[in-house]
Ligand binder design. Structure first.
Ligand SMILES: *[C@@H]1O[C@H](CO)[C@@H](O)[C@H](O)[C@H]1NC(C)=O
Ligand SMILES: *[C@@H]1O[C@H](CO)[C@@H](O)[C@H](O)[C@H]1NC(C)=O
Ligand SMILES: *[C@@H]1O[C@H](CO)[C@@H](O)[C@H](O)[C@H]1NC(C)=O
Ligand SMILES: *[C@@H]1O[C@H](CO)[C@@H](O)[C@H](O)[C@H]1NC(C)=O
Ligand SMILES: *[C@@H]1O[C@H](CO)[C@@H](O)[C@H](O)[C@H]1NC(C)=O
Ligand SMILES: *[C@@H]1O[C@H](CO)[C@@H](O)[C@H](O)[C@H]1NC(C)=O
Ligand SMILES: *[C@@H]1O[C@H](CO)[C@@H](O)[C@H](O)[C@H]1NC(C)=O
Ligand SMILES: *[C@@H]1O[C@H](CO)[C@@H](O)[C@H](O)[C@H]1NC(C)=O
Ligand SMILES: *[C@@H]1O[C@H](CO)[C@@H](O)[C@H](O)[C@H]1NC(C)=O
Ligand SMILES: *[C@@H]1O[C@H](CO)[C@@H](O)[C@H](O)[C@H]1NC(C)=O
Ligand SMILES: *[C@@H]1O[C@H](CO)[C@@H](O)[C@H](O)[C@H]1NC(C)=O
Length: 699
């Protein structure tokens, strides 16, 4: 449901728009085509909250790619050991923090069972598998299918797949309804008349303890751990799937067919079409509540809705084309267009996406609150706020109480946002999880970007309490050192680069700059509303520690041993460079020092161990420093790759896909097309043709 309610009337409004780029032509150049099986990633259709990943047959026939949603989650049963049998039993660890013991949400070695349970639960589930059935006893393998040819039409959100089997052609169109979690299938083949083609449905159980579960999700062989039941009515069937305390419904509308099953020792059901037609249209809806079939959701209607929703998507908001003949431009544009498609499928839901979206599971399917600025900011810069709107700020409102409880339990004021999170708002235990702080100013970031779009009291009020509580925490955790007369951040803490000693980490460059940015926005928020500004906030802002400098460069944090000498200081995220390009420069940022740091990074950083958003962050910095060629080099670095359908490759440290790579790419493209405050316009290299329309300037 990622399109606005007004979308049905939009086709009439479109001709009035100022668009001058023929967007459909640009987009369609990059329609992915597959003619072979692909082990690592599916082609996908979806709506931001729900996605269906298919193999080259257009279904999940031979490769059980996943069907995933924002709402499908499961808990394994709690441990039963004494003192570890409930969530409330969990006690974390106490660490010294400026002279007092503070309890952190970290795994407790004397409570391994409940610590691990809290990390591993809930996990996001694969809702089910849909594949071709080739007749009684056929038992085909991948090799029996020939002449495979599959195209994803990006502009209409439809995958068309054709192949040959038993000497006959099969073709199928696959789409997802923009407004419901429904897959539409339109199948054509003579084999339907011959009872040699049907469709199977299968249901997995989650794998236990799988932090990363890819390329497929769940297992189909743990049959006795879960239950499915079938209820048939005329032309429809509903399969209820119960896995422990999770239950959801699969509703299949299939005119003229019957479903049988489950097959012995499985949860597999078979739809055998009646032999009087060579066409089979069906819809499959997945829902946490019982879904009532209606005549508005037949497959052909959904194919039309998908086309309308997607044309609205492509024609609204900003757009860029790079008609330059240099091959680099074509590849940058390919990645940009495919990222736009995949983020609307995987990253526009009612909760922020996990790093692997709705493709497979990373970190048990949970989403990370420090990452959501990467996942979601591009929606606003590309002027598509309705895709961001569903999760933010509603998510922060929902999590406010648990975040206030978290701050209070540690003796701080305000609200401390969690880290590795699920829809209930609980944050998974972890040493790094509990000691990261850069998620905290994200609310100011989102609020300020929204205020540019809608500078009105409604925006101010909507964000006021969230900003207030976040700023209260930020002011309260900064620690006053009476010798230096500065407020310090940490220790203990982890900065963005998660490989420092937390008990020694103090005043990291990125976090200091982000604290300044965040508190400044919070103060302005109060002033804009004519309210008093809390003195503690001003005091911390005015006396925050200065950005540390080492040999005319910005280091990771103040006093980091052997910066630029010990490789550990140049292997993880080079977040200090984010203070110019990602963040707007705060008054104390020295651009000579920034430029020196950028040069040093380009010379010695360990790029092989970087991933995803590091490269667009470096590109934004380079572009803003006027080094456009270097920006493009970063965007096309060999360690920052996208596969044939545009899935961002994870690299040596995370599995594929890693969607922060896509969303940060779109952010960098927006900044390079629209420029920054005080430095607007194109920041692409000299000689590139850039046609762009509608971007916001970056902050
Ligand atoms: C899993 O258990 C936690 C803790 O009891 C609860 O908050 C959450 O809602 C449960 N989630 C699911 C999907 O059952
Ligand atoms: C940090 O200090 C705490 C005590 O406050 C200690 O328990 C912990 O092991 C230390 N962590 C590291 C990584 O040194
Ligand atoms: C189906 O084929 C596979 C691979 O050829 C084989 O391992 C399996 O036993 C066959 N199953 C049946 C039911 O014939
Ligand atoms: C695949 O299908 C497309 C669209 O129908 C067609 O243009 C293309 O030639 C086909 N490719 C192959 C290898 O058959
Ligand atoms: C099957 O599921 C049960 C939970 O119901 C779990 O304890 C068991 O480990 C699973 N088996 C396998 C092989 O994953
Ligand atoms: C179902 O179709 C009938 C006849 O076309 C129409 O009047 C009715 O509104 C439709 N129902 C829904 C839910 O779209
Ligand atoms: C965002 O959502 C709010 C309601 O939550 C709505 O008032 C506003 O119009 C939406 N903005 C956009 C651009 O969709
Ligand atoms: C205060 O800052 C000084 C100078 O950086 C440092 O030596 C001292 O350890 C700090 N005090 C505390 C208690 O952290
Ligand atoms: C916005 O709020 C301010 C302060 O509360 C008030 O003075 C102003 O009139 C309001 N503006 C509008 C347009 O309502
Ligand atoms: C600063 O540069 C000097 C001269 O190159 C070098 O000897 C020293 O180790 C550097 N210090 C740090 C902290 O990098
Ligand atoms: C910025 O840093 C350079 C190099 O250390 C220095 O020469 C210059 O004075 C600094 N600029 C400001 C405004 O502090």
């Amino acid at each position: 449901m990622w399109f606005p309610d007004i979308f049905p009337i939009l086709p009439f409004l479109l001709p009035l728009a100022q668009a001058h780029i023929n967007r459909q032509d640009v987009v369609s150049q990059f329609n992915p085509v597959r003619t072979a099986y692909f082990n690592s990633t599916p082609m996908q259709v979806g709506n931001g909250d729900f996605a269906f990943g298919v193999d080259v047959t257009g279904l999940q026939t031979f490769q059980s790619f996943a069907t995933m949603s924002s709402w499908g989650w499961h808990n394994f049963s709690l441990p039963t050991a004494p003192g570890e049998s409930s969530v409330e039993d969990f006690r974390g660890l106490d660490w010294w923090t400026h002279g007092r013991l503070v309890n952190y949400n970290q795994p407790n070695p004397s409570q391994n069972l409940i610590s691990n349970w809290l990390i591993q639960n809930p996990q996001r589930i694969n809702l089910g598998r849909i594949g071709f059935w080739f007749g009684e006893g056929a038992n085909l393998t991948q090799a029996d299918i020939s002449a495979k040819n599959q195209t994803l039409d990006l502009y209409s959100g439809v995958i068309t797949s054709t192949f040959n089997v038993f000497g006959s052609e099969v073709s199928v169109k696959t789409a997802v309804d923009p407004a419901s979690d429904t897959v539409a299938l339109s199948i054509k083949s003579k084999l339907l008349n011959e009872e040699k083609l049907g469709v199977f449905f299968d249901f997995p159980y989650p794998k236990f303890g799988m932090k990363f579960d890819y390329p497929d999700v769940g297992r189909f062989d743990n049959v006795s751990s879960h239950v499915t039941t079938l209820k048939q009515t005329n032309n429809a069937a509903q399969i209820t799937h119960t896995l422990d305390s999770t239950t959801y419904y699969t509703t299949i509308e299939h005119p003229g067919s019957i479903i049988s099953g489950p097959l012995p020792s499985s949860h597999r059901y078979i739809l055998k079409p009646s032999p009087d037609s060579s066409e089979l249209d069906l819809t499959v809806n997945y829902s946490p509540t019982k879904f009532s079939p209606s005549n508005s959701t037949d497959a052909q209607s959904i194919l039309k809705y998908a086309a309308r929703g997607w044309s609205y998507y492509w024609e609204s908001g900003a757009f860029i084309s790079l008609p330059t003949s240099v091959p680099e431009a074509k590849e940058v544009l390919r990645r940009t267009i495919l990222s736009q498609y995949l983020l609307a499928v995987n990253g526009a839901g009612t909760t922020p996406p996990q790093e692997s979206g709705l493709v497979n599971n990373g970190w048990y399917g949970k989403f990370h609150l420090e990452m959501i600025a990467w996942h979601l900011t591009h929606w606003r810069l590309w002027k598509k706020p309705e895709f961001l709107n569903k999760s933010v700020p509603g998510l922060y409102t929902r999590f406010l109480q648990t975040s206030k409880d978290r701050a209070k339990a540690q003796g701080y004021a305000g609200a401390k946002w969690g880290k590795m999170t699920d829809p209930s708002g609980s944050s998974a235990p972890g040493e790094i999880n509990s000691l990261l702080i850069w998620q905290q100013p994200h609310v100011m970031w989102f609020a300020e970007l929204e205020y540019r779009d809608m500078p009105c009291n409604q925006t101010l009020q909507k964000w006021d309490e969230i900003l207030h509580q976040s700023a209260e925490y930020m002011a309260s955790m900064a620690w006053y050192n009476s010798t230096t007369k500065h407020f310090d951040l940490g220790p203990p803490m982890y900065p963005v680069s998660e490989n420092t000693n937390p008990n020694a980490t103090i005043n990291p460059v990125f976090e200091l700059a982000y604290w300044r940015f965040g508190l400044t926005v919070a103060l302005n928020w109060k002033r804009r509303q004519g309210q008093n500004v809390p003195r503690t906030w001003t005091n911390v802002l005015n006396n925050l520690a200065p950005l540390p400098i080492v040999n005319e460069t910005y280091p990771i944090y103040e006093g980091v041993p052997e910066m630029w000498i010990d490789p550990v200081t140049f292997t993880d995220h080079p977040a200090m460079i984010g203070i110019y390009g990602l963040l707007p420069p705060t008054p104390d940022v020295n651009l000579t020092i920034v430029a020196n740091t950028a040069t040093k990074i380009s010379e010695i950083w360990d790029f092989e161990n970087l991933f995803g958003w590091d490269f667009p962050m470096l590109a934004m910095n380079a572009a803003r420093l006027g080094r456009s060629e270097q920006a493009i080099k970063y965007l096309l670095d060999v360690n920052f790759d996208f596969d044939d359908v545009g899935m961002p490759i994870g690299g040596p440290r995370v599995p594929t896909p890693y969607f922060p790579g896509s969303s940060s790419l779109l952010m960098a493209i927006a900044c390079m097309a629209g420029g920054w405050d005080g430095d607007g316009g194109s920041h692409f290299p000299e000689g590139w043709d850039v046609e762009s329309e509608g971007f916001w300037r970056c902050l």
